[in-house]
Design a protein around this ligand. Structure first.
Ligand SMILES: [Zn+2]
Length: 279
């Protein structure tokens, strides 16, 4: 057995967290750092700022890499490069939260009541010469306003369905459903980041909003670019599969919503009939 030289023994640390003996800046058992803790106000602030800027830098780096080299970035992350790129699920959450903050801010600056939204719908439909039902419009207005206020919840809800769609389309490539969740965290996350500058100006409550005509093709295009780069397929195939994945996602999501609504109605009927039976 080799005896450690005095030089290496002097570098050995006893972990402050788990008492393991290790060499280097971090404990190889639990990750605790070897440097002396600095609990002065200056030390705490420096640490907080350091962590914050490291996070921001990694988020921006990951965004840029996802935009320019989505294939290399996603395959790198899936193969375990977790220190180079921002954690996929957190990336999606941060992007969604930023989008929610901007949407809420926009609705604070331009508050829209349900009545105003309904009026706007009426005007648009009258101009288009479409016949409408007022209660349907009220329902639509409530729905759109609810979506605006719960943007991140909606994003989280759509994720499993998007992953199911891409998993079905690319199932022969051998990536499992969990991996497809991560692929979509990055792809949909970056799309959300790209749409951030436009969000304060977007009037999503308008049925004829130009934003919808810009964002949807952008989603399709970015998904196609990712598919092309990640799965190494032609532009034609990538665009076709991008359109297919969005259509499939939409159908699956609608089927899910229909089943959920049906179950909810059944529960309500059951609840009232049980209450009636019990008197
Ligand atoms: Zn340790």
């Amino acid at each position: 057995m080799q005896t450690p030289t005095t030089e290496t023994t002097s570098l050995l640390h006893t972990c402050r967290n788990c008492e393991n003996t290790f060499n280097g800046s971090y404990c190889n058992q639990c990750g605790q750092e070897s440097a002396d803790p600095d609990h002065t106000l200056r030390g705490i602030l420096a640490r907080l700022l350091g962590e914050f800027f490291h996070d921001v830098k990694m988020f921006l780096f990951t965004s840029l890499e996802l935009l320019l080299r989505p294939g290399k970035t996603i395959s790198g992350y899936l193969s375990g490069k977790h220190k180079t790129y921002y954690n996929a699920f957190n990336y999606f959450l941060v992007a969604g939260s930023l989008a929610t903050v901007l949407t809420l801010w926009r609705s604070q600056v331009h508050p829209e009541t349900i009545q105003e939204t309904v009026k706007m719908y009426e005007q648009t439909y009258q101009q288009m010469g479409v016949t409408y039902n007022k209660s349907t419009l009220e329902f639509l207005a409530k729905y759109v306003l609810w979506i605006q206020e719960n943007y991140n919840v909606i994003l989280l809800l759509t994720l499993p369905f998007l992953a199911l769609a891409t998993w079905l389309i690319f199932r022969k490539r051998g990536y499992n459903y969990g991996e497809h969740l991560l692929i979509n965290c990055y792809t949909y996350g970056l799309f959300t980041v790209l749409s951030l500058p436009a969000l304060p100006f977007m009037d999503t409550t308008r049925p004829d909003s130009p934003a919808l005509f810009i964002t949807f093709p952008l989603v399709l295009l970015y998904y196609a670019w990712t598919f092309r780069d990640f799965f190494r397929i032609s532009w034609g195939k990538a665009i076709f599969r991008s359109v297919l994945s969005q259509a499939l996602y939409f159908v699956v999501f609608m089927v899910f919503v229909a089943i959920a609504t049906l179950l909810a109605i059944l529960c309500i009927i059951l609840y009232f009939s049980v209450r009636k039976a019990l008197g």
